[in-house]
Design a protein around this ligand. Structure first.
Ligand SMILES: [Mg+2]
Length: 241
């Protein structure tokens, strides 16, 4: 199933086979090579109850009703273990930079797509300088039981590979996305009842392609290592929800 520009879909984060975050987004582009979605300001979150491996047993974003601040655009290629988020700020939508959100490859559902945040992020400034974010937090998640040591190492390895891509200046996404604007006719989507009960293909896709080559054409990409178990966490971005 492919989505049409403007469709409101549920971006779910799946932990241990069960959704623990639902987040409404609008589809910007759904093509064989790219899924681009947009979270407008106020786009709702939902948090199903569960015995989650966090200090208080709840999703780290719990308490936030939805996305705060200027809307964000998210670009993810099929099978990539990260998405590229673009941040703007203020009424004039001043570009604030890119944000590499390490997350499991998306899988489609009846109502949208599923993924899983991998805690580590890379903040890329408009001048293309970058820094890794939340390395310490990633290890803490290991201690909480959300990741194994080998998973953390694989995530860090992927972060290093992405860093080398950033250093090369040869990234795959188009700079023209910086100029992208949401359709002014789009409204803030509403999360549908029963979203958390929709079957998740993540149950059978616990092994993810962590690090295919980052800049070469798809036909030349290879897999060099894997993540066995993927866990989400708070986004903790330049803009918090
Ligand atoms: Mg993240």
């Amino acid at each position: 199933m492919r989505w049409t520009t403007g469709d409101a879909v549920v971006r779910r984060e799946i932990l241990g086979g069960t959704p623990w975050l639902g987040w409404m987004v609008n589809v910007v582009e759904d093509s064989p090579d790219l899924l681009a979605t947009y979270s407008p300001s106020g786009s709702p979150f939902s948090f199903p109850p569960g015995d989650w491996p966090t200090q208080d047993g709840r999703h780290p974003w719990h308490g936030y009703g939805g996305w705060r601040g200027t809307g964000t655009l998210m670009l993810q290629r099929p099978a990539d273990c990260y998405a590229v988020w673009l941040f703007w700020d203020g009424p004039d939508r001043e570009f604030r930079g890119w944000y590499i959100n390490l997350e499991s490859p998306f899988t489609r559902t009846e109502i949208g797509f599923d993924t899983l945040d991998l805690e580590l992020d890379i903040v890329v400034a408009p001048d293309r300088s970058w820094e890794m974010k939340d390395v310490d937090l990633l290890w803490r998640r290991r201690d909480e039981g959300r990741f194994t040591t080998s998973e953390v190492q694989a995530i860090l390895d992927l972060g290093d590979q992405i860093g080398r891509m950033l250093d090369s200046g040869n990234w795959w996404w188009d700079d023209s996305w910086v100029e992208w604007q949401p359709d002014p006719n789009w409204t803030v989507p509403v999360i549908p009842d029963g979203w958390e009960r929709v079957e998740t293909p993540m149950l059978t896709t616990r092994v993810a392609n962590a690090s295919r080559s980052l800049t070469r054409p798809a036909s030349q990409r290879t897999t060099s290592h894997r993540l066995r178990h993927l866990a989400p966490d708070r986004h903790s971005g330049a803009q918090r929800p």
